[in-house]
Design a protein around this ligand. Structure first.
Ligand code: 3PG
Length: 213
């Protein structure tokens, strides 16, 4: 991961520039999914809090798969910051940013990537000390053209676009100088996960790693 100046962003050095955004609906999926992604070369997971199994899934991966850097996604309430940290998340992401969330991350000293969608929000994040932010939802925000436009006046900021990234466009995003990494849900398709087809997850991870090399 690229360096970040924010005092809370002492982010673990995962090497993947593709961050799977994951909704786990059954705790038993967590550890095999982590192994499947690792087998394909992806050493980071954003496990979201969108399902009640999310927190336990973070805990299971943090405990049983030490090679995986597990982060918590969809952190939208300040009180969740301490909970995901206790579960073992080594960083947190949010679709947006609020003063309360930033303060909670500082209080926990948990590395945090806030979400932004407009130039003003990027500037607000920078005022808070962040130099790496999540552009969400990336496609709806303008995708590649939006990132190129932000790179003019806000050239010191780095982005993790998420939302609408696919195997067909991830390489175009990663070519941009202000894109540190991309996030997306395509690596863990619901049907493959529910059917335990972990070889498919490994295949998608390997494909993404090859395209991001
Ligand atoms: C989400 O909202 O689930 C994430 O941003 C991932 O978006 P995607 O499904 O378009 O990859």
């Amino acid at each position: 991961m690229h360096s970040n100046t924010h005092p809370t962003f002492l982010c673990p050095a995962f090497k993947s520039r593709v961050v799977p955004v994951i909704v786990i609906t059954d705790l038993a999926q967590a550890v095999p999914m982590a192994h499947a992604l690792l087998a394909g070369g992806i050493d980071v997971m954003e496990i979201t809090l969108r399902h009640s199994a999310g927190l336990g899934a973070i805990e299971a991966v943090a405990k049983h798969v030490p090679a995986m850097h597990v982060g918590a996604g969809t952190v939208t309430h300040a009180a969740e910051m301490a909970r995901v940290q206790s579960a073992g998340a080594s960083f947190a992401l949010s679709p947006g940013m609020s003063d309360a969330l930033v303060q909670a991350a500082l209080d926990c000293r948990l590395p945090f990537m806030p979400g932004v969608m407009t130039p003003s929000e990027v500037m607000c994040a920078r005022d808070h000390g962040f130099s790496l932010v999540k552009l969400f939802p990336a496609a709806q925000a303008g995708g590649l053209a939006m990132l190129k436009a932000l790179g003019g006046p806000l050239a010191d900021m780095r982005f993790c676009p998420t939302g609408g990234i696919t195997v067909d466009n991830l390489a175009d995003y990663l070519k941009l100088g202000n894109v540190a990494m991309v996030g997306g849900s395509w690596l863990t398709p619901t049907d493959a996960v529910q059917q335990g087809r972990w070889d498919e997850v490994t295949r998608l991870a390997s494909q993404a790693m090859a395209l991001s090399a």
